[in-house]
Design a protein around this ligand. Sequence first.
Ligand SMILES: Cc1cc2nc3c(=O)[nH]c(=O)nc-3n(C[C@H](O)[C@H](O)[C@H](O)COP(=O)(O)OP(=O)(O)OC[C@H]3O[C@@H](n4cnc5c(N)ncnc54)[C@H](O)[C@@H]3O)c2cc1C
Length: 408
Amino acid sequence: MSNPISVVVIGGGYAGVMAANRLTSHQDLTVTLLNPRPRFVDRIRLHEHVARGSEAELDFARILNPRVRLDVGSATRIDSADRMVELEDGDALPYDYLVYAVGSTSAAPRVPGAAEHALPLAGLEQARRLREALLASPDALVTVVGAGPTGIELAAELAESGRRVTLLCGTLLAPSLHTRGRDAVAQRLADLGVTVLQGDGTEVIAVDAHSVTLADGRTIPSGITAWATGFGVPELARRSGLATDAAGRLLTDETLTSIDAPRIVATGDAASPSDAPYRMSCQAAMQLGPQAAETVLSRIDGRAPRPVEVAFAGQCLSLGRRGGLFQVSGRDDVPTPLVIRSRGGAALKRTICGSIRWELAMEARHPGAFRWWLREPARGNRVADVQHDATIAMLDVHEHAVATSGDA
Ligand SMILES: Cc1cc2nc3c(=O)[nH]c(=O)nc-3n(C[C@H](O)[C@H](O)[C@H](O)COP(=O)(O)OP(=O)(O)OC[C@H]3O[C@@H](n4cnc5c(N)ncnc54)[C@H](O)[C@@H]3O)c2cc1C
């Protein structure tokens, strides 16, 4: 009997877990998931962990198909010529196909003093450090630098828990939202007592242990400075000599296949299809994971893989426990004037966070359960009519939330 085909998935985040589970729909594969930690990190809950200490980890057993072998370790290099993943402990994992799903980290801060004095929030260890700093200094003034979704969610959580918080936007509060969404966020932050500084001159140019300095010369006292200015990606692809985009994401074609190593398929935040990556998000990762697996399965079965397609539904922000916002977007991720606020937005956010775990578990139990339907073959204009279970779940809840809160 011939050896089974071996597929290694590097990275057990949303995309990697979805990919690994989907791969088990093929009976003749061995699937190995390589991840540095023995438990799954639910990154979209890390700001809640920081503010409230709530659990942001999950046992892999709850969301992985039993046929997936979890290997706890870190990849240091991919040898695409010999089809080997070199590991930190000196070992190596051979593969027939590789799924590159290493996700994202905090972007390296370029502002003087930020690396030494600011605390980023992109991964579990960073969230723990930030929480410990907050617990150690309960009266410290907190400054959150960066007013994208992560910075906003963190500022709102901390303010709701009684902290004095300043949110520094650099330029604009919530730039990725429609003005109606932005106004709703500004109102909620004002209600929570967050000081929001935005506009020209509010860009941070220096950080020290007790303050941050803005471009307009102002100095803002800051006992704890949280850094939420965006995500970067691990260096693994670049270090391995694989083609990447400028940010270091693995460069792929429209089937998520590496442009210079046909047995390597990328997914999630670390993938850059045609050098036009999707917004780094759990929302995209949950859709890209199964599609990366489908590309591998197609190749194994001698079928042509399908072009990638991701349909966004919107952006959902928690604004403390009792507030939230769902910014509805087109499938192309462009925000529309439709926003669901307040209790409706908060209910929707809670449901979406819960549904992610449920979807991971469903795909583990029934590989192929998480599905999408394409009416357009390619993403060219990114408006293909794609729907998937999560979108349907969100819209169901949306209707419920609107019906019950009346504040959409
Ligand atoms: C506080 C916070 C809130 C967020 N909220 C939302 C939200 O509401 N909605 C949304 O859509 N997105 C949100 N995001 C973004 C979202 O979490 C990411 O975009 C998403 O996690 C990307 O999924 P992924 O599977 O590509 O990567 P990840 O979830 O980052 O998983 C990558 C995995 O690869 C592992 N890995 C990395 N390097 C190696 C290596 N060398 N060897 C082995 N394993 C490796 C990592 O340890 C990790 O387990 C939020 C992020 C944060 C930090």
